[in-house]
Design a binder for this molecule. Sequence first.
Ligand code: ASP
Ligand code: MG
Length: 423
Amino acid sequence: MLKTFVFKFGGASVKDAESIKNLSRILYNRLRNHTVIVVSAMGKTTNALEVILEKKLLGEDYSLNITNLMGFHLEICKDLFDTAHSIHYQIENHFIQLSRELQQDLNRDNFDQIYDEVIANGELLATRIVQEYLCTQNIFCLWQDARELIHSNSDYRFATVDWKITSQKIKKQLVPLLEKFPVVTQGFIAREKNGRTTTLGREGSDFSAAILAACLHARSVTIWKDVEGVLNADPKRFPNTVKFDELDYQEAAELTYYGASVIHPKTIKPLANLSIPLYVKSFLEPHKSGTIIHKVPYTNSIPCIVVKDEQVLVSFKVTDFSFIDEGHIHQVYANLKLLKLKVNMLQISAISISIVIDKQLFKLEKLIEILKEQFEIRYNESLQLLTVKNHNPEIIEELMKHREVFMEQVTRSTFQMVTKPLQ
Ligand code: ASP
Ligand code: MG
């Protein structure tokens, strides 16, 4: 096996020309031949593509959005490359292709499939720009379409990886390239058996890095972030955060499960299984040590606060004067599974089941349609789910101040509440 290293650069680390220059400086001293560089879409490109899809669905004009997004990428290229460089044409051609993809009929039934095809363009563009730029900086590296490596089922937007085929492809296709040069590839995107593009869930590039690392038995994965490492709360929302120097796989996985956005939830497991260390480091202060996630023999007792936005609280009330039993729970859960909706919090009373789920286009409507005969269904949107691990009374009191609480739950180690976001 090669001694491979996997680096992952997210949207914020490639958000403008300056950031890409910074990325290249980070790589300059750290690059060995056997390095995979996973890059996600630049800045807020994925969100911009989502807006285009929504407009298309509503029959609104999105041409200006496309022009702006192309302008954003071209502007960055103007700063990074000579005018004669082929990248400028490559980007323009890419946008012609994107416009073509958007000419397809889009409806409720094919939305997820076309979403994946369109949204993948963010990663494809970003990796082209980064790879071409690194070459101009004498960091010679190759571009690889991640869809040729990572195979999945056809659950568009939330595809499940086919580890067997993926591992074979990586060994056959990626290893020979890595023997010669570092490789730049996309995060987040994959391919299903009929050749269509799939994606692994929003912010899925971290997971892609972990998949590649696991299949290559890599020495380590490094995720470059705009924060100094894994913190005990989001510094944009809470003061006095603490950085962890190290964190156990299990602990990190739990935080991501509750919604800690620093790492995608699926990232930890494949790495933990093979004891591959995961470094979370700042691309702004790359010399600092950041956080290492690996096997740690003690448990952390520092309180951690995790906030999940855009939550929907749905309650299912029985209408026939019976009480909630296993049958009702099964009915609700079976349909959640069918719609690939994950429950972030659950509470059961004598006559109702309440669940908290992520907001997803059309899914709630479909769920209500299926279950409206059996239950009286009510829901509240635009809520926040707050989880405190290792809670104490002061933190909870502080958090509850000024908040309207819809539902709460306490265990010895974890406190959770669903609230309206603070204005
Ligand atoms: N670009 C994708 C997203 O913003 C994937 C990623 O950034 O990891 O969700
Ligand atoms: Mg992104």
